[in-house]
Design a protein around this ligand. Sequence first.
Ligand code: 3HC
Ligand code: NAI
Length: 696
Amino acid sequence: MAVDYTTHDGVAVITLNNPPVNGLGLSTRAGIVDGIERAQNDPAIKAIVLTGAGKAFSGGADITEFNTPKATQEPTLGTVIKVVEGSAKPVIAAIHSVAMGGGLELALGAHYRIAAPGAQIALPEVKLGILPGAGGTQRLPRAIGLEASLNMIVSGAPVLSEKLADSGLFDEVVQGDLAEAALAFARKVGAKTGPHPRVRDRKIEHPNAAGFIQFARNSVAAIAKNFPAPQKCIDAVEAGVQNGFDKGLAFERECFMALVQTPESHALRHAFFGERAASKIPDVPADTPVREISKVAVIGAGTMGGGIAMNFINAGIPVTLLETKQEALDRGLATIRKNYEATVKKGKLKPEALEQRMALLTPTLSYDDLKQADLIVEAVFEELGVKEQVFKRLDEVAKPGAILASNTSTLDVDKIAAFTKRPQDVVGMHFFSPANVMKLLEVVRGKATSKDVLATVMKLAKKIRKTAVVSGVCDGFIGNRMIEQYIRQALFMLEEGALPAQIDKAIEKFGFAMGPFRMSDLAGNDIGWAIRKRRYQEHPDMHYSKVADRLCEMGRFGQKTGAGWYDYKAGDRAAYPSKVVDEMIGEFSKDTNAGRRKISDEEIVERLVFSLVNEGAKILEEGIASKASDIDMVYLTGYGFPLHRGGPMLYADTVGLYNVERAIRRYASRANGDAWKIAPSIAELAAKGRGFNTNG
Ligand code: 3HC
Ligand code: NAI
């Protein structure tokens, strides 16, 4: 049963009981209506308490039902709320914890609301690309006013119940036992004669509603660029302000039905579930015991080591930071302090918190200080010999059961594990730069990595607020292995006729945060050069355009040398198309007889994105990633892939794998076509009319 019904001396208590978050799926909705009717028909009942079991009052509509027949099957949430609101006996919503989306809308339909402090109150629909579709845009403004409600609706951000104590939303915020208080409140209002107050009957008072609505529209313009929902939220609130509750409600419903079908909403829901799915590893059960991580050590205080250490101290976990030389240690600590100082300057961290965080950091030059660490993350130079020295030493000093992690971006984690006598405790933790900012953490599972190590690292990742995705061992893991194909295509297109600014502009218009050439200039073109030199040795059969090598031979390593694919001016990060580089590219095409032709923006986007998709499909075929949404999460959180497109694999599904296959085969038959060895699964899925993320 999704809903429990009990009676307590004249009060009926309807308890939503649909774990994990009391989502308002069909059976829960039907259960509420049944409960209300049962209470109406029982003369002994004077009032009804509506509450939730477990960790939420309600997390809202059941998102898994969206775009299925169940979503619109009666009783819909709109009907449930009508029944609640129309109840002749007063209904009191008792909110002990999360009341979000449809959950809050349901509570707004009740005649009274009481809450415990600490309950998270939100209308987060906008984060799923939709708007509150069960009266939220109409009742919340009537409950807490136009400005506060628009802020909540457009941001989707949760507000703690105690902060809303005087807002008009709650009749009481109760410090003690909420269940007891709810019964007492119910008995009090049950004694009153009806009709009982309805939020819908309240007025929206505002001295200049039209002006504020316009201000809200301007404020969301930037975030709303690729998403229709924020503006629709404002439209719906405005409709209620101008035309009254019923017309506003009808308009809200219309907008909801349209938005739920949009690719943007689909993409955001994919990301919501993808994030949660990423933490589930198919052969590692949810109840796998985890190791306790209360002390961490980081080896190497360079670019990555410093950022990695910050992640742990931000979460209150003490870190011992080890370097080989005092100067390097001092430099690393100074950088960490400088980063925190910048956050203090922005007003996002209190000065005393800075000192508290620094106090959690213990610098050392001695391996003896690592003996207590539960987890040791290595971030030293990217050379197997150096990693060997470090891991052999760690094997000697680390306590039994300590997890030994490497932040390597290109080396073989199995080889690193083999430097120790405890390969089961070794795992890759591949952070992205800047490590204290970027959300993505690739967790690299070696062939010997034990399940409890994986479960521990995945749990820890949540604590340090990373999106962790498991990758098998391969060159580049998930993210960098795919990006290499993307960069290859970008370079081929230069020699075939495009210029850096055209390619960057086309893919940025598609929605990428930064095109490949601006990105390379930022990261340093010398890094890619070093990787290619290694590739020329290891994979002489693999064909690369050498146009980037020529750029590096000119010493144009990017922003750090003031010149790369673009020109840069001192004190200005803007990228200016470079005449010298564009001429060099023209010369290069001539020298290699590549011939230059006009390349359309559509071709640019297809070649860049489908090269990711093709490699992603191979990664799935090889089991390096266990599901397509994991690949999408890597690209959404680590590579600036546009969120409104949901990641490369979802985008491929949206385009249709039949069309993706045709495009890849077309590019494979042209110049530089040898780079397109189509992944068999694309054709197989296309033939079945399926996508990477669909089962039907
Ligand atoms: N529908 C379906 N499943 C949901 C859900 C929902 N509304 N909310 C959460 N879940 C599922 C999650 O997918 C997860 O499933 P899993 O265990 O199989 O991975 C499980 O519940 C637990 O979720 P979390 O791991 O996120 O648990 P937390 O305790 O960290 O957070 C929460 C709980 C704050 C409720 C968070 O899950 C959340 O923010 N949920 C989404 C809330 C939301 O967006 N509500 C609006 C829905 S749309 C709506 O109501 C439309 C209406 O206006 C008509
Ligand atoms: P870095 O050169 O900035 O820092 C390396 C630090 O390790 C230096 O401070 C050095 O003194 C120290 N070090 C070297 N040998 C040591 C030893 N034996 N014991 C203790 N300390 C030692 O390098 P960076 O960029 O921080 O990279 C570190 C690791 O992280 C590499 O494996 C790299 O591939 C990986 N990585 C780098 C990313 C980046 O964007 N820079 C992204 C993801 C991973």
